[in-house]
Ligand binder design. Sequence first.
Ligand SMILES: NC(=O)c1ccc[n+]([C@@H]2O[C@H](COP(=O)([O-])OP(=O)(O)OC[C@H]3O[C@@H](n4cnc5c(N)ncnc54)[C@H](OP(=O)(O)O)[C@@H]3O)[C@@H](O)[C@H]2O)c1
Length: 237
Amino acid sequence: MTTALTLDSFPLGFRALVIGASGGIGQAFVQALRAHPRCAEVVGLHRRSQPRLDMDDEASIGQAADALRAGGTFHLIIHAAGVLHGPGFMPEKKLGDLNYAQLEATLRANTLGPALVLRHFVPLLDRQRGVLALLSAKVGSIGDNRLGGWYSYRASKAALNMLVKTAAIEVARSHPQAVLISLHPGTVNTALSQPFRGAHIGRAPHEAAADMLRVLDRLTPSESGGFFSYTGEPLPW
Ligand SMILES: NC(=O)c1ccc[n+]([C@@H]2O[C@H](COP(=O)([O-])OP(=O)(O)OC[C@H]3O[C@@H](n4cnc5c(N)ncnc54)[C@H](OP(=O)(O)O)[C@@H]3O)[C@@H](O)[C@H]2O)c1
């Protein structure tokens, strides 16, 4: 049985920010939060928003954070941007497919950009209740890697997980209430999963967003630095 999405660990009138708000999952987070009675404001950022935020443009990440600072702190920040395939590339099946262009594009979007998001957006987290979740992927688990392949994507998410864990250790010293986590959304029917039968095997984005918001609502500072599934279960590194 599905439990109600109360979001009552967040204060009444809480503020949320979604990065990657143009994506399948990002849009669903924005819609769910805008419809929720406890949430007063949802800011969505993406490559064409105002301010814009582009993982391929390092300066745009700090500039977007600067532009939002005067508006006050956020109780919930969700980073929902990322790539698996792109113009001219699909996930690698074998070592012979590896190339710098794909490795660079994937690491920029999934690792380097999120690292700068941690740098510039952690200071915008509310000091009483502040949750920052970055969407990772179970295939980024080194312990769970049974099938191989998908080199760039797996490596980019494994490195993202390390950045989140490392940042959580640092941030806990100055900001003991903060919760920073890596979050696996499960297979979701979006453009990202479309070439891999996502429409058949994936959940609808609004279901995935609701599942993940339930997990975020339950998280406490003692769980900061963790890697969680949309079910709330901790995942192996
Ligand atoms: N869907 C799944 O089954 C699944 C499974 C596991 C993990 N995930 C993770 O969930 C997250 C969201 O995926 P999704 O399924 O919602 O994918 P999606 O529909 O393809 O959306 C991807 C989002 O990332 C943004 N993005 C891509 N490259 C960017 C860049 N260089 N700079 C700024 N933004 C960039 C896109 O912006 P534009 O609109 O500008 O392109 C879009 O907002 C990703 O991190 C993905 O790895 C998804």
